[in-house]
Design a protein around this ligand. Sequence first.
Ligand SMILES: Cc1ncc(C[n+]2csc(CCOP(=O)(O)OP(=O)(O)O)c2C)c(N)n1
Ligand SMILES: [Mg+2]
Length: 372
Amino acid sequence: MSITVPAPDPALAAGLDSPLQVLDLDGSRLPNELLDPHLTDIDESALTSLYVDMVRVRRLDTEAFALTRQGQLVLWPPLLGQEAAQVGPATALGEKDWVFGSYREHGFALLRGADMAEFSRIWKAHAHSGWSPQEIRMAPAQIIIGAQTLHGVGYAMAAKMDGADEVALTAFGDGATSEGDVSEALVWAASFKAPVVFLCQNNQYAISEPVALQSGVPLALRPTGFGIPSMRVDGNDVLAMHAAARLAFDRARSGGGPTFIEAVTYRRGPHTSTDDPKRYREDAELEAWVAKDPLERVERALELMGANMEAVRAEAKIRADQLAKEFRAACEQAVPPVADSIFDEVYAQPTKRLQRQRLEHRAFAASIEAKA
Ligand SMILES: Cc1ncc(C[n+]2csc(CCOP(=O)(O)OP(=O)(O)O)c2C)c(N)n1
Ligand SMILES: [Mg+2]
């Protein structure tokens, strides 16, 4: 018996040949039929605001990285280079929408309004989730690769059943697309037309594994096999990312179901503060991506629009410095939790098993103290 396997429909995917762009490297505006209708209200002031957000996100990232070297944070997964890929979609979210991301989603956390003291607790290893997910409508950072896509789809399906006007965005990496969870999430989303947006930040690496090892086709082609429309977008172009997200949110809100966005970008830093990328990639590759810096491109675009760049840079610096100061102070003032408290944060009513584990843990901790 022979089985005919239909080829994925390339018509479902935009940008396969060349990622969708609306800002050229020199900052000039490139016409784009698909994305332009979603950018009609973006004037100099809106672009300035996106720029300031990216500067703040970058500053939070560099400050946090420095804080790992000063013993203030135990770990940090940097997002340097991925600012546009996060700020574009984060600023397109509605107030009631939800974000289900990985551990690298600091831009989303900041723009969803995470309190810096709460946020710092995660990376000081003081808490599993620093912020209250309900308050900022963002789930805790997910370390299990790809799991958050199932959570996002589940939330979106529930929102649809409730008739709530809410969209879920789930953010994950290129490596995550190799996980079964992501395939399952795509199946559920497609079958139930869930109001969910899959944001794959293709930063070219899963730790040390280059994306070419994970997929022989562009990642944006994969969801088309599930019947999910997708867009391959220049992830260093904040306007293109903003427009693509708006398009996807509009589709989800109007009952059109899921959309997959592949943001083609680059992780300029190490995988985390404990990694050394020099062991698996060439400097020339990094330099080529530095030349596509997402912030500089917007600076050039603003210049072309006639903005007073001195004033724009000064405002961005003041806001970024303020954020860095706030974050540093939060890290320095944080009080470590009592180890025993972890048992209080599992169930509202502790189970017998948990109570037994608490006693075992107390005895163990006491035995260590006795030896010290
Ligand atoms: C299920 C699972 N397998 C393996 C790991 C170990 N791990 C941590 S990060 C990572 C790479 C993820 O790469 P990608 O999805 O591209 O995201 P990025 O770190 O580049 O943002 C792996 C394999 C994990 N956390 N969870
Ligand atoms: Mg990656």
